[in-house]
Design a protein around this ligand. Structure first.
Ligand code: FO1
Length: 315
């Protein structure tokens, strides 16, 4: 069975550890968001591809929620002593090797797809990992500064990490998306998959930028009958991250049903958490088959159970 999954960072990483138990090796293609990518100290950092790689390679730091286990932050601390303002994005020493490798290869002319595949190979990732595009797409958060009320136009990482998501969000843009081209294999993997899975990822800053790349949304919509999603919103809030602050600004209700309705033209099945079971009739009234399970993936066994429940909705 061939599966194509659309993925962001932490929620996708957890879920994909379960899915890879059912769909091993290259039968699983993971199409990952790159609009969170940021250049820090001249280094190209790809948080979502790295999260998925580290989760599947079993080196992710579950406690911190980003980066690798057992790494130190001595270089970042040293940078902070030189310029406290500049080192707002923490780079662990092991993670740093990934960014050094990526930046060097990109400068030498390699594509992001090639570099992503090399890094995934190093971590023994069996699934095929594709960046959504090799082109630059950047999520910009338009907001109002918490203290001064001045309008701000921030890179997503400046909004989330540097300013700790404290500013009032007015809108979200995906700069570069309209000119971007899907990375090699993205459209074909969606067209050829037996099943398409939208991971429990942020609909605004993870899945949104993937769908904004010309051709991707239409490719998924054309496969709607084979597409299932898992809600990353549980009990009216995100399991992790800041989706609740961004969704209202783009008109998505912060509930598992709100996300399902947002995807209604793309998916024919939706898995939500047991606590949201009461929303099943509402989701089904939008023409989406819906079921509930415990979606809080505390370990790989639970992630596998979630993956099985999602696939069962369509098979
Ligand atoms: N998140 C933070 O809250 N603080 C950080 O300093 C930070 C550094 C960082 C470095 C590499 C990386 O791949 C991710 C990093 N993240 C950090 C996580 C990241 O900002 C977001 O959680 C994702 O972009 C959202 O998917």
């Amino acid at each position: 069975m061939k599966v194509a999954a659309l993925a962001g960072g932490i929620g996708a990483g957890k879920f994909l550890r379960g899915l890879t138990r059912i769909v091993p090796g290259p039968d699983l293609t993971v199409i990952v968001n790159v609009a969170d990518d940021v250049v820090v100290h001249g280094l190209h950092v790809s948080p979502d591809p790295d999260s998925v790689t580290y989760w599947l390679g079993d080196v992710f730091d579950r406690g911190r929620g980003w980066g690798r286990r057992n790494e130190s932050f001595r270089a970042t601390q040293e940078l902070r002593t030189i310029d406290p303002d500049a080192a707002w994005f923490g780079l662990g020493d092991l993670d740093l090797a990934t960014h050094l490798f990526r930046t060097g290869r990109l400068a030498a002319g390699a594509s992001l797809s090639e570099v992503t595949a090399s890094i995934a190979r190093r971590f023994g990732v069996g699934a095929r990992l594709l960046p959504a595009t090799d082109d630059r797409v950047e999520t910009r958060i338009e907001c109002v500064a918490q203290l001064t009320g001045e309008p701000l136009d921030l890179h997503f990482q400046e909004y989330w990490v540097r300013r700790a998501a404290r500013d009032r969000v007015k809108g979200v843009r995906y700069d570069g998306a309209v000119e971007a081209v899907p990375a090699p294999g993205v459209l074909a993997s969606i067209a050829e998959a037996d099943l398409i899975v939208v991971c429990p990822s942020n609909p605004v800053v993870s899945i949104g930028p993937i769908l904004a790349i010309p051709g991707v949304r239409d490719a998924v919509a054309a496969r709607r009958r084979a597409a299932v999603g898992i809600s990353g919103i549980v009990g009216g809030g995100p399991v992790s991250g800041m989706a609740d602050k961004l969704m209202p600004a783009v008109g998505i209700e912060v509930t598992a049903a709100g996300v399902a309705e947002h995807y209604r033209e793309l998916l024919s099945a939706w898995l939500l958490d047991d606590v949201d079971r009461g929303l099943i009739p509402r989701v089904e009234s939008s023409g989406i088959r819906c079921a509930a399970t415990d979606t809080i993936m505390v370990d790989d066994d639970r992630a596998e159970a979630v993956a099985r429940a999602a696939l069962a909705l369509l098979t």
